[in-house]
Design a protein around this ligand. Sequence first.
Ligand code: ZN
Length: 275
Amino acid sequence: MTSTDTTADAFGLDARSYSEASPDHPVNEDFVLVGQNFAVVLDGASPVTGLDTGCIHDVPWLVRTLAGQLLVRLTTSDDSLGDILTDAIEGVNCAHASTCDLSNPNSPSSTVAMLRRRSQEIDYLVLADSPIAIQRNDGTVTAITDDRIDHLPDYSVAGISKLRNSPDGFWVASTRPEAGGMAVAGTLDLNDGGPVQQIRAAALLTDGAATLVERHGGEWADTMRLLEIGPRELIGHVRTVDESGTGKFRGKRHDDATAVLCMFPTNAYRAAKAD
Ligand SMILES: [Zn+2]
């Protein structure tokens, strides 16, 4: 590479993030990472009380260890996000193979949403229910979701154990490295193939921060508008609506909540210099 070549992270990511525990949780089982050209949100799954997980560690250990493994790879590797996640899960496995039964399907697990900017492209990866919303300049918002967990034939504890990380069920980041290849992943051109940038922003959300759409039937555009005021303001609004809302949902009224808003500066100064 010569000194005038543009590296993948020469174009920045303007990211703001916020993560907080549910008002009724003592610890936050979500985790957020924001780097020079990437953002990640993780949502650890709380095990059913009393269930044997085969693991001496708790969910916060799993999400923090996975976050550390992802950080190392996102800062040193150009591999696809799926391969990075696969390698990171292998790294987590190494950290507890000697103390825990990694074949237990109830081992602690996490959702993953990852986004990485590479010059004029963005790579995305979504595993389980932490969506990424993509907003274009015309105001349209497209959600990238992995909704396999919403279409299971059996929601009993035993049924979910059987369906977790199986081809007929759903995939999460736990002890099976191949989950990295099962995620919803791809690459978007910020210009949609044209000369002018069309994608202006992306949001990564854990499900606790996405309830305005996923539970209360709201529009993604409204979530993006609140995010532009600030991720903390979005989550504050989510808490209020969740408290009074009557929308249908499975599970708890409140959840840990994490949101990252990524804007994609065009770096006009660099473009002008190149002319
Ligand atoms: Zn363990």
